[in-house]
Unconditional design. Structure first.
Length: 145
């Protein structure tokens, strides 16, 4: 078996936002929020300095996107029956998702849809996004090669 090595750059970012999991059988079906921690794992070839990507670039490309789009917003699925009412009350506070906003779905969406757009031109790729909802609970989405 051949060893395959990769080198990564990793950074995390904290935001606060709300959500509800439509169809959840327990208390996550209610409107609530978390102090989320997003962990990013990025691969790429080393540059002439010896970096996969500068940590400041991760901040400007991924962390700032989170600040601008999710931080202090309420993530709600477009098919959630509460979306219409919440949108009438406070549309500026919503981030309307194409998916039910579980930590797993958020991680998958961020890895597959947001990061490729944000990292375009850097020669790097987000291969893993881990989202901590609490210190005890987290979910990850990872691209395997």
């Amino acid at each position: 078996m051949e060893n395959k090595s990769i080198i990564t750059a990793e950074r995390y970012h904290d935001i606060s936002c709300g959500h509800r999991v439509h169809g959840h059988e327990s208390k996550c079906k209610y409107l609530h929020g978390h102090n989320y921690r997003f962990h990013f794992t990025i691969i790429g070839d080393l540059d002439s300095i010896g970096r996969v990507i500068d940590f400041g670039v991760i901040k400007s490309k991924l962390c700032v996107w989170l600040e601008d789009n999710y931080d202090h917003k309420f993530l709600i699925w477009k098919n959630d029956p509460l979306m219409i009412s919440l949108n009438q009350i406070s549309p500026e506070s919503l981030y309307i998702c194409e998916f039910n906003p579980t930590a797993e779905n958020i991680a998958k969406h961020f890895t597959e849809n947001i990061a490729p757009m944000q990292l375009e031109g850097t020669g790097t790729e987000l291969i893993k996004c881990t989202i901590e909802e609490t210190r005890k609970c987290k979910a990850s989405y990872e691209i395997k090669y």
